[in-house]
Design a protein around this ligand. Structure first.
Ligand code: NAD
Ligand code: AHE
Ligand code: ZN
Ligand code: ZN
Length: 369
């Protein structure tokens, strides 16, 4: 079928709105109609050319809300008209990662997904016979997508897809990093580096976990009011200090925080986030994605003396089994999502969403189809 999509033909160039070809779903695959998609910083990261796995041409996007149109052979868990959130971290339930009980990182289709292909090693996307890559197994910057069945979370139909699409990455990642990865306890002190969609999700997770003090760190002071509304208690702009920001936080917290979260993708900030943790027990979680070739460093003594460095992908959330419950929590008023939507626009304006992100204007843009 012919579909409208935003195509990234090459790195660091605006997306082009094109009519492209989408082949139908094969065995174990599902055709979905996109209702809305968020724009996450990871889309900008891959578009920039900094992603070692970045491939072009590609249809980016991984924060979608969609409706099932057609199921391929062998598909049993979803049917036409189901409302779904595509998962860049699928859940096959069978691989040794899924059955380990230790991780959400299902590896059933990771290899082909990382090559921009469907599990059978081919793409369903093309234009005039030229192959276009899938992205993160989702490619939500298009009117329709074909995705593997194991990469779909079936959700409550009452949830507005132009809001809960944001649970397809940012908010879920932030909340899950706090509740699943760090397992923050009530009464904890938490520092959050970067107050975009992910950092605000972390703040929300910290509030849900009963943290007593939540310190938001950002170089854009416009983000502080959003953070305050989400539940942050203290605010630090590194630009206003001429000593390393970890020293400022250690001084302000009687020796450091119990937990910190890096939500920017800056390796220097990752070091600050680790080193602002309390000696003996402080834990720092890396969520931000750093560019090709970049590495983290600290004195090993920081770890010898009890600080812990971890990472978190999609908040440790198993999408098919846990995401539907998070959508229900949203419907019950226990998870905030609507507040994250700063701009809504049609696909034709998607480059404006990237401009807003780079300017730091608002939190999330949502594209509606
Ligand atoms: P965003 O652009 O919405 O927010 C980033 C924030 O960081 C902005 O508010 C910006 O002002 C702030 N910032 C930039 N440089 C800073 C600095 N030096 N010090 C303090 N603050 C600074 O981005 P986002 O969508 O929230 O994504 C954040 C990061 O998380 C990105 O690296 C993204 O790729 C990554 N991410 C990771 C996962 C995962 O599963 N691990 C999931 C989603 C996003
Ligand atoms: N391709 C990059 C890594 C990108 C990355 O870390 N992705 C996160 C999700 S970011 C969503 O906004 C993730 O879940 N990673 C786990 C995985 O299996 O990719 C690189 O550096 O190669
Ligand atoms: Zn994302
Ligand atoms: Zn699996």
């Amino acid at each position: 079928m012919k579909i409208k999509a935003a195509v990234a033909w090459e790195a660091d160039q605006p997306l082009q709105i094109e009519e492209i070809d989408l082949a139908g779903p094969k065995n174990g695959e599902v055709l979905i109609k996109m209702v809305a998609t968020g724009v996450c910083h990871t889309d900008a990261y891959t578009l920039s050319g900094d992603d070692p796995e970045g491939l072009f041409p590609v249809v980016l996007g991984h924060e979608g809300g969609a409706i099932v149109v057609e199921t391929g052979a062998g598909v049993t868990s979803v049917q036409k008209d189901d409302h779904v959130i595509p998962l860049y971290t699928p859940e096959c339930g069978k691989c040794n990662f899924c059955t380990s009980g230790k991780t959400n990182l299902c590896q059933a289709i990771r290899e082909t997904q990382g090559k921009g292909l469907m599990p059978d090693g081919t793409s369903r996307l093309s234009k005039n016979g030229e192959m276009i890559h899938h992205y993160m197994g989702t490619s939500t910057f298009a009117e329709y997508a074909v995705v593997p069945e194991i990469a779909l979370a079936k959700i409550n139909k009452q949830a507005p897809l132009d809001k809960v699409c944001l649970l397809g990455c940012g908010i879920t990642t932030g909340i899950g990093a706090v509740t699943n990865t760090a397992k923050v306890e009530p009464g904890s002190t938490v520092a959050v580096f970067g107050l975009g969609g992910i950092g605000l999700g972390v703040i929300q997770g910290a509030v849900l976990s009963g943290a007593k003090r939540i310190i938001g760190v950002d170089i854009n002071p416009d983000k502080f009011e959003f953070a305050r509304q989400m539940g942050a208690t203290d605010f630090i702009n590194p630009k206003e200090h001429d000593v390393p920001i970890q020293e400022v936080i250690i001084d302000a917290t009687d020796g450091g925080v119990d937990y910190s979260f890096e939500c920017v993708g800056n390796v220097n900030l990752m070091r600050s986030a680790l080193e602002c943790c309390h000696k003996g027990w402080g834990e720092s979680v890396i969520i931000g994605v750093a560019g090709a070739g970049q590495e983290i460093s600290t004195r090993p003594f920081q770890l010898v003396t009890g600080r812990v460095w971890r990472g978190s992908a999609f908040g440790g959330v198993k999408g098919r089994s846990q995401l539907p419950g998070m959508v229900d929590q949203y419907l019950a008023g226990d998870i905030k999502v609507d507040e994250f939507v700063s701009h809504t626009m049609p696909l034709e304006d998607i480059n404006k969403a990237f401009d807003f992100m780079h300017k730091g204007d608002g939190i999330r843009s949502v594209i509606t189809f």
